[in-house]
Design a protein around this ligand. Structure first.
Ligand code: NAP
Length: 331
């Protein structure tokens, strides 16, 4: 029915958080000046945590998760958007503090939206999603800090994940030599096919080094793992190198010394895609639409339905998802 929609609803009880598909009414949607008829969402690591009730990210239940989506404007009170416009939403704590994209409909603030770039299909926009935006924001930091391919190789950790695999492909496309660290060496050929020239076993980078400086290996790092892996790479960064801290798949705490910062002038830059200013988002999405190979993107992608989400959430938390999972909310 026109004023109803289907969504994956999380409910909390004494037994924990449970997920089920429910038919809801438009009046139940949160306030917002734009209503979007959603085409696709995606499964990100944070969605996995929310679906499994890990990390206390959701305060209010019942809740619709899904931190990103693409779709068409169904109702608009905002001058920038008209009915039928194709729009992308990532972050802004949607799917966390507000109802999100694992749903046929969402109601949001218009200033959170980005228009779908002309060169992207809706499905490819979600193949990119929050993960791809994060990878692009890291690349933009490298570029604004003057890193060039001639400065030396870039390391990507957690390379078979969503952020990691898009970072590998983007960086290779910009001419960088890319070293990919992974716990899944059986997928090494896949990483090479998207542009990695060297594969490093996860175990080589999961211990805190005893010395504050080691041989210089990388001019930059896209780190999706955090924890001891971040501690392991900092002493190995080349002079004036840049580390983009994107994720915590391996842990939130890391120990470091100030020595690489003082003697090599390295920079540690945090990447926050969720609250990133709208101007930077628009720039990142334009660059993603121009520079990411559609064939590579299609090869990194698997499509699932709302019903498949609870099982896939368990897999993403165990690091068992390769590339990107698109959610076809109308399937
Ligand atoms: N800063 C931001 O704005 C932002 C945005 C999106 C995501 N993130 C964060 O970035 C990280 C990656 O997100 P994602 O969506 O790409 O997730 P993902 O698809 O699950 O990828 C994470 C990858 O990390 C590796 N990994 C998993 N568990 C590990 C462990 N215990 N030790 C070492 N490596 C491990 C695995 O790669 P291999 O199989 O190759 O080892 C896994 O594929 C998450 O922490 C997420 O919260 C941050």
């Amino acid at each position: 029915m026109a004023n109803e929609f289907r969504a994956l609803l999380l409910e909390k009880s004494e037994d924990g958080v449970s997920a089920s598909i429910k038919q809801l009414k438009d009046e139940q949607l949160p306030d917002g000046d734009v209503t979007v008829s959603i085409s696709y969402s995606t499964l990100n690591y944070k969605d996995g945590m929310i679906l499994k009730g890990v990390g206390g990210l959701v305060r209010n239940y019942p809740h619709i998760p899904g931190i990103d989506f693409v779709g068409r404007v169904e109702r608009s009170e905002a001058s920038e958007y008209s009915v039928g416009d194709k729009v992308i939403l990532t972050g802004w704590r949607v799917g966390e503090a507000r109802w999100g994209g694992f749903s046929e409909k969402a109601q949001v603030q218009s200033d959170w939206l980005v228009s779908l770039p002309k060169k992207l299909t809706e499905k490819r926009a979600m193949a990119i999603g929050t993960a791809g935006l994060t990878a692009m924001l890291a690349v933009l930091e490298f570029q604004s800090n003057g890193l060039r391919p001639e400065n030396g190789p870039i390391l990507v950790t957690g390379a078979n994940g969503g952020v990691g695999s898009i970072a590998v492909s983007l960086l290779a496309g910009y001419g960088f030599e890319v070293h990919a660290s992974t716990g899944r060496l059986d997928l090494s050929d896949d990483l090479k096919s998207i542009g990695a020239s060297e594969i490093i076993a996860r175990e080589e980078l999961n211990a805190v080094p005893e010395r504050p400086l080691l041989s210089e290996h990388w001019s930059g790092v896209v780190d999706t793992v955090g924890g001891d892996t971040l501690a392991a790479v900092l002493p190995q960064i080349k002079s004036r190198g840049v580390v983009a801290a994107c994720g915590n798949a391996g842990g939130i705490k890391f120990s470091a010394t100030v020595i690489p910062f003082l003697l090599r002038g390295i920079k540690l830059i945090g990447i926050d895609s969720a609250m990133c200013p709208i101007g930077q988002r628009k720039k990142a999405w334009e660059r993603l639409s121009e520079d990411l190979s559609a064939a590579v993107l299609d090869g990194l992608t698997k499509t699932i339905s709302l019903e498949d989400l609870p099982e896939s959430a368990g897999k993403i938390l165990k690091g068992k998802i390769k590339g990107r999972m698109i959610v076809d909310v109308n399937a």
